[in-house]
Design a protein around this ligand. Sequence first.
Ligand SMILES: C[S@@+](CC[C@H](N)C(=O)[O-])C[C@H]1O[C@@H](n2cnc3c(N)ncnc32)[C@H](O)[C@@H]1O
Length: 353
Amino acid sequence: METGSTRLLLLCRPGFEKECLAEITEAAAERGAYGWSRLEADSGFVLFETDQADRLYSQLPQLVFAREAWPVTAELTDLPEKDRVSPILDALGGQPQGGQLFCDTSEGDAYRATARFAGKFVHPLRQAMRGADLLTPKDQPNQPAWHALFLDSSHVLLGLDKPEHRPRWPMGVARLKFPPQAPSRSTLKLEEAFHVFLGPDWRRTMENTHTGVDLGAAPGGWTWQLVNQGLAVQAIDNGPMDEDLMATGQVEHLRADGFTWAPDYPVDWLVCDMVEQPARVAERMLDWLTNGWTRSTIFNLKLPMKKRWQTWQGIREQIDRRLGDAGVRYHLAAKHLYFDREEITVYLTRTDA
Ligand SMILES: C[S@@+](CC[C@H](N)C(=O)[O-])C[C@H]1O[C@@H](n2cnc3c(N)ncnc32)[C@H](O)[C@@H]1O
């Protein structure tokens, strides 16, 4: 029989546990649920204790700092080395069938040693769970999936997710290969952002767009992504652009200040990776959107170490206020991407005509 969960597991980048907790605490409070957590610094996860974990999970908004979340059905410690499977099957007896099984561990340094074990253990556990009718005979990605998060090889957290809350990649760890022609590793950030914000069909979405501006473009990793999708790009940066990228003929390099330069005609996309005060970057993005210079933006906000959550809160309010005052309808999403470090990536697009 299914019993109510009292804990929500959230995975995040190690070092961002506080932000993850602040965010889930706020999301819970907005939904009339309250909880707490004892944080383990750099663990890469938060166990949020709340007697409303299932309801909260069902109503979960898109979270910025959590890569993945699910309610904990059971926690088992002291799994015997000779038979770890049987106690797991016993603990899950009577629980609903899942369409897939993910076996993993947290990203924190203290847990890395368990990753190999988890990667191997998924095979016997999957087979046993199929035998016990806890998993469908074949993978069914559209159904809830079981997760087994091993904190060590004898300690596991088990939970069932909902496909609509599942990240694009297991544990939110973006599986993207660095394209050898791209001028910088930053390119992966924008590619991940397209996947996360526009969905798996992002390339088709991009087919309908033709022009873009990249503020703070050098050496050209983000510009390369736009060029690769067929866009003509104006790249704004005082620094040098990659020669091969310029040789495509799709890029116009303008040595100008990204905070004052304005386009002669509206463009489909504005992307921005300038290392600057986040409020200043956001303000410039809002200039572009309210002036009708673009409809869609993806930009990076470098967050100050000690006030990451508060800074993002402030910027969210800044966006709501300014676009609200201008009567602009919009869609806003933000994510601490796998390829982000001390920064988050924001997708802000106009939804009005
Ligand atoms: C993190 S790098 C961008 C990397 C780039 N997105 C890529 O994928 O290769 C930041 C860039 O912003 C540029 N930058 C900083 N302030 C700027 C400003 N006010 N106007 C134009 N560019 C600026 C810097 O010259 C630097 O090249």
